[in-house]
Design a protein around this ligand. Structure first.
Ligand code: G1P
Length: 290
């Protein structure tokens, strides 16, 4: 079973500058919630509420968003605003969140390794916090089910246009097992369209096992011999796949990658139109504006 998840957020968010100069990209709203709250609710809805956020001192707003605030709650209740007080209380009791500062060589494998030291010898989920999924069964639950069926590392995949290959990790598919499950024999980070080994993108959701963590440790040991090296989860999964089964799970749902200016605005627009209360009026506005 997978009970724990890691969300690395220490990145600088350079693709969204200057918007992300002071505001962490994970705190940008999608609809009426910051991106990271969507990710945490997705995990909780999937039965995972032990969450490690690997962060940096510049991103303390994330901690503040989920922190308890007894004064605020008291003031809201005194003013008769119990709905708002309940919303603030709910946010701080949503999940058991632990924060760690990222420490180590550059690259997205380092926060995974930092968290693994605390989590210990068990599989855990890793989600980047710049994707939002709208799905009947949450993406994390689909990934968890794939791990439970295979007992091996799993990557969340979506079909992609081959022109987009250079933005993603692209899996080498060995066998299509049906039901969106693929046996993977490797993973190529950001290949050119000509070199893309498949038409699937790894979309920032993984179940990582102790074997993958060992690969990350090995990379880190070698990094000391080569201080220019970077530590990437993709490389660890690629090397693990050479000698062990690794699976891909094509996710059933809609994916909003919020990590670039255009995609962020698209996600924001779609979420506004789909808002359960304000959606109809906003759709009307969109129609009127042509
Ligand atoms: C990272 C991963 C890449 C993956 C992508 C998904 O890249 O390295 O394999 O496809 O996330 O969003 P980044 O977006 O950090 O450049």
């Amino acid at each position: 079973m997978v009970h724990k998840a890691v969300i690395p957020v220490a990145g600088l968010g350079t693709r969204l500058l200057p918007l992300t100069r002071a505001l962490p990209k994970e705190m940008l709203p999608i609809g009426d919630k910051p991106v990271i709250e969507h990710t945490i609710r997705e995990l909780v809805d999937s039965g995972i509420d032990e969450i490690t956020i690997v962060t940096s001192p510049r991103k303390d707003l994330i901690q503040r968003h989920f922190a308890p605030d007894a004064d605020l709650e008291l003031q809201l209740r005194a003013a008769g605003k119990d709905d708002l007080a309940d919303a603030v209380a709910e946010l701080s009791s949503l999940a058991h969140i632990t924060y760690l500062y990222q420490n180590g060589p550059y690259g997205n494998g380092t926060p995974v390794l930092n968290a693994a030291r605390v989590i210990g010898d068990e599989p855990f989920m890793v989600l980047w916090a710049d994707d939002v999924f709208v799905a009947e069964v949450p993406r994390a639950k689909q990934l968890k089910a794939a791990y439970e069926a295979t007992g091996a590392p799993v990557l969340a995949l979506m079909p992609m246009a081959v022109e987009d290959a250079s933005r993603y990790g692209v899996p080498v598919v060995k066998e299509d097992l049906g039901g969106g499950r693929l046996l993977i024999s490797g993973l190529v980070e950001k290949p050119s369209p000509e070199q893309a080994p498949s038409r699937y993108a790894a979309i920032g959701g993984y179940v990582v096992t102790p074997g993958v963590v060992e690969e990350l440790q090995e990379q880190t040991r070698r990094w000391h011999e080569n201080p220019k090296g970077e530590i990437y989860l993709t490389d660890a999964l690629h090397r693990h796949a050479a000698g062990h089964p690794v699976y891909g799970q094509v996710i059933d749902g809609t994916w909003w990658d919020t990590g670039s200016p255009l995609n962020y605005l698209k996600a924001q627009f779609a979420a506004a139109l789909a808002h359960p209360v304000f959606g109809p009026e906003l759709r009307e506005l969109a129609r009127e504006s042509g």
